[in-house]
Design a protein around this ligand. Structure first.
Ligand SMILES: Cc1cc2nc3c(=O)[nH]c(=O)nc-3n(C[C@H](O)[C@H](O)[C@H](O)COP(=O)(O)OP(=O)(O)OC[C@H]3O[C@@H](n4cnc5c(N)ncnc54)[C@H](O)[C@@H]3O)c2cc1C
Length: 393
């Protein structure tokens, strides 16, 4: 007979969205658990850039000083390099950082535990059932021991693509996407020059690639590619980029293939950036499970935090009888759309433009003499809207 554990709120996934929702719910004294399938620390695909929305949320929760103790790298400049030799460089006017996700996610999950959240880890949610108005989650731990978690509310924070999407028969699962993302951690000494406080984006044919330091001796290289006509490996595709974009090709002091073939790879394929339902069968989707923003904006974690804050606040109101269940669902859907729909759409549009060589070259040429256009175009992300100073290199 499986053991049954009961909680008011169960959260599937202990990434930034799940951990942050748990932190807010614990602050409201709501009995919460997280089920996380991986042992932490673990790496995950991400450019590892933290926008001002992230630092703002940490500050509001009095966690910013503790975050600084993790030695994140402060990012001060945003640069982009087109293979057609267009360069843009912009000074950021807001605090932005970068840090390895293994460190950041562990910090957040530990914080959630410290604040009273029960963490089941490593433990994988295998199925979800409804029993009256309760949710029953079948969970398997690393020793293959199964248990049941019973909750009044269920939050799904399991990321951008998941087997649970199929279990829930979500609308988008049959829609294919050609977008693939990959991350490497490069030793910082392989670069001829690697300014410590820059985030740089390099464009190539149907690919863009970001570089930023995440510690004194490591730099994150993360790219998104659209695979239409090629089946090249991620490493091969990067070697192509060293030829397509001379700025990227000239970055390294040793043969790029010697570097890249010796490093572990973190990646995922077929990332769907289109519309998703944010409530499915009464389950509240947060973070990437609710909607994925194009990584170019560096805003995914900020959105994960904001959706976590939103659902926690509404759940608190529901539990305090300020709103009923149908209002809870309606308010979550409406507020989520207001906060994120437009920025996801605009980010997708910009991503489509930069992935098309001709359009990107034309766009960058137009923007270059008018940096304010860039500022307005990128109104989708608070990080990018607050760019105040720009110059050319
Ligand atoms: C190429 C690329 C680059 C990016 N770069 C940036 C960037 O620089 N800055 C930024 O802010 N955002 C970036 N993002 C977006 C960012 O990575 C995501 O928005 C963020 O990770 C979303 O957090 P999450 O908690 O929703 O999901 P995740 O971080 O994916 O966490 C989900 C968690 O759920 C767990 N889980 C999954 N299934 C189960 C299950 N069945 N049972 C239990 N646990 C489960 C997983 O193990 C995982 O820990 C990037 C995205 C891509 C694709």
């Amino acid at each position: 007979m499986n053991k049954i554990y009961k909680h008011s709120v169960a959260i599937i996934g202990g990434g930034p969205a799940g951990a942050m929702a748990a932190i807010y719910l614990s602050k409201y004294d709501i009995d919460t658990c997280i089920i996380e399938k991986n042992k932490f620390p673990r790496e995950i695909l991400c450019g590892e850039f933290l926008s001002c929305e992230v630092t703002e949320a940490l500050t509001n929760l009095n966690l910013f000083d503790e975050f600084l103790k993790l030695s994140p790298v402060k990012i001060k400049r945003f640069k982009c390099y087109d293979e057609a030799k267009t360069k843009l460089s912009i000074t950021l006017s807001f605090p932005a950082y970068s840090i390895k996700r293994s460190i950041f996610d562990t910090f957040l999950l530990n914080k959630a535990a410290e604040m009273g959240t029960k963490i089941y880890q490593p433990a994988k949610v295998q199925s979800i059932k409804k029993d009256g108005d309760k949710y029953l989650l079948k969970v398997k731990d690393s020793n293959s021991i199964e248990s049941i978690i019973k909750s009044n509310f269920l939050i799904a924070a399991y990321g951008k693509q998941n087997i649970i999407d199929r279990i829930l028969k979500r609308d988008f699962i049959s829609k294919s996407s050609n977008y693939y993302g990959v991350k490497f951690h490069l030793p910082s000494d392989v670069f001829l020059e690697n300014p410590p406080n820059d985030i740089s984006i390099y464009f190539g044919r149907e690919i863009y690639c970001g570089l930023n330091r995440v510690s004194a001796d490591q730099t994150t290289l993360c790219f998104l590619e659209k695979r239409t006509n090629n089946n090249k490996s991620a490493r091969h595709r990067l070697i192509d980029l060293t030829n397509e974009n001379e700025y990227f090709g000239n970055l390294f002091n040793i043969n790029f293939s010697d570097i890249i073939y010796n490093l572990p790879i973190y990646g995922t394929g077929s990332i769907y950036f289109g519309k998703r339902n944010v409530v499915e069968n009464g389950i509240f989707m947060i973070g990437d499970a609710a909607g994925v923003i194009a990584p170019l904006t560096g805003d995914g974690i900020g959105m994960a935090f904001q959706s976590a804050e939103l659902i926690s606040r509404l759940l608190k109101d529901q539990l305090n009888s300020k709103i009923n269940i149908s209002e809870l669902e309606r308010f979550y859907i409406n507020e989520w759309q207001l906060l994120f729909s437009k920025r996801i759409r605009i980010a997708s549009l910009i991503q489509n433009v930069v992935m098309q060589n001709g359009l990107r070259k034309f766009g960058l040429k137009i923007i270059k003499p008018f940096p304010l256009v860039l500022r307005n175009l990128t109104g989708l992300s608070r990080s990018l809207t607050e760019l105040h100073k720009y110059d050319y290199i």
